[in-house]
Design a protein around this ligand. Structure first.
Ligand code: KG4
Ligand code: ZN
Length: 348
């Protein structure tokens, strides 16, 4: 049995969890969404200051709620990349201090590996290989997971990440930040076939007329949404927000479903794990699950509340690394960007 105390401060959620193997003993999330909403997005400096204020009491509460004592904790897991540098620093500094004071190993965790291991909260027996569909605020990628810690990038977005597209389109439609959940909510009232929207194919760039089978591009879709909104405004008509949101969401879900399934089948990967905030999207969950089932492919979405940022998923990735003897040096730093394929550079 491996138990870790895990800390996540990479963006706008301060979160601390205690995870034993892939079982959550406690998971506290202090969301800063209300604080950032007035600016329409995350303000890095505000995020860092809020993490400083929130983190210490959260650590004490998470440990108390877990029912475990320090003597039962085997290591400190902490997100150290990628993310907002100032925000990451708050979590990493706290984690290093705890590691030193309590004489526990430090396990730096790649945030996007955390989103992947959120699936272990519902499926603790999962064994690689599988295909990881990563759809978050900053990333949209298809990654082959050959083994624990061994990744191969197979497809990615050429411009906006899926979550970013949701957030920008929501703002266009006058919906609140963060845009993904807002679009998901109003789309239930709309007609997903109301507007035909472009799927955003990416040419292979080899002089042929062929398209990249797994890469995505959301900029054309975003522009199409802008043109529609402008047209309604020009004509002085009220925006059919629900129909626009439903059509947009349907298109994103369809594109992601097609690309992901093609990638899984082409690479003989019979299990797909979705992760990241957009994995909470109701249409993506239903479309991909159904399409994959028809082709005999298994799809795992993490439990809804573990799709967006939380420390329990960081704890799961930490448990996996610690179980394999991967420990980070106390000189570990934070990195705003780090490819998932480089994850083993976090361990000495
Ligand atoms: O993974 P995450 O919590 O943070 C990052 O690591 O980026 O993802 C946040 C993103 C935001 O863009 C948010 O709008 C989107 O996930 N999101 C959703 C939904 N819930 C969150 N997008 C679509 N549908 C949702 N239900
Ligand atoms: Zn995230």
């Amino acid at each position: 049995m491996v138990a870790v105390l895990a800390i996540e401060t990479s963006c706008d959620e301060t979160s601390v969890a205690v995870v034993e193997n892939y079982q959550v003993h406690s998971n506290l999330v202090a969301s800063q969404i209300d604080l950032h909403r007035q600016y329409g997005g995350v303000v890095p400096e505000v995020a860092s200051r809020q993490h400083v204020e929130t983190l210490n009491p959260l650590i004490a509460d998470a440990l108390a709620q877990s029912g475990l004592g320090w003597d039962q904790i085997d290591g400190i897991a902490v997100t150290c990349a990628p993310g907002l540098v100032g925000a990451l620093l708050v979590g990493l500094t706290a984690a290093k201090t705890l590691a030193l004071v309590h004489n526990k190993p430090l396990v730096g965790v790649h945030h996007l590996e955390g989103h992947l291991y959120a699936a272990y909260l519902s499926e603790p027996e999962l064994k690689p290989p599988f295909l990881y569909l990563l759809v978050s605020g900053g990333h949209t990628s298809l990654i082959a997971v050959r083994d624990h810690g061994l990744y191969e990038l197979l497809g990615q977005t050429r411009d906006d990440a899926a979550g970013e597209a949701f957030d920008k389109v929501a703002r266009l439609l006058g919906l609140e930040y963060p845009g993904g959940p807002a679009i998901d909510r109003v789309a239930h009232e709309g007609n997903p076939q109301a507007f035909a929207l472009p799927e955003g194919k990416v040419s292979l760039g080899d002089g042929s007329r062929n398209f990249h089978p797994y890469d995505t591009s959301f900029s054309g879709l975003k522009t199409a949404m802008l043109r529609l909104v402008q047209q309604f405004e020009r004509e002085g008509k009220p925006l059919p927000v629900a129909d626009l949101a439903a059509s947009f969401q349907e298109t994103v879900a369809r594109v992601l479903t097609k690309r992901t399934l093609a990638c899984a089948l082409d690479h003989d990967l019979s299990t797909i794990i979705a992760g990241g905030g957009v994995a909470a999207n109701s249409r993506l969950r239903s479309q991909l699950t159904q399409a994959a089932a028809e082709r005999g492919v298994k799809v795992i979405f993490p439990p809804l509340k573990f799709c967006t940022d939380n420390a329990a998923m960081i704890g799961c990735a930490g448990v996996m690394h610690l179980a394999q003897g991967h420990v980070s040096p106390l000189t570990l730093g934070v990195q705003s960007r780090l490819a998932l394929t480089q994850v083993m550079s976090l361990y000495s």
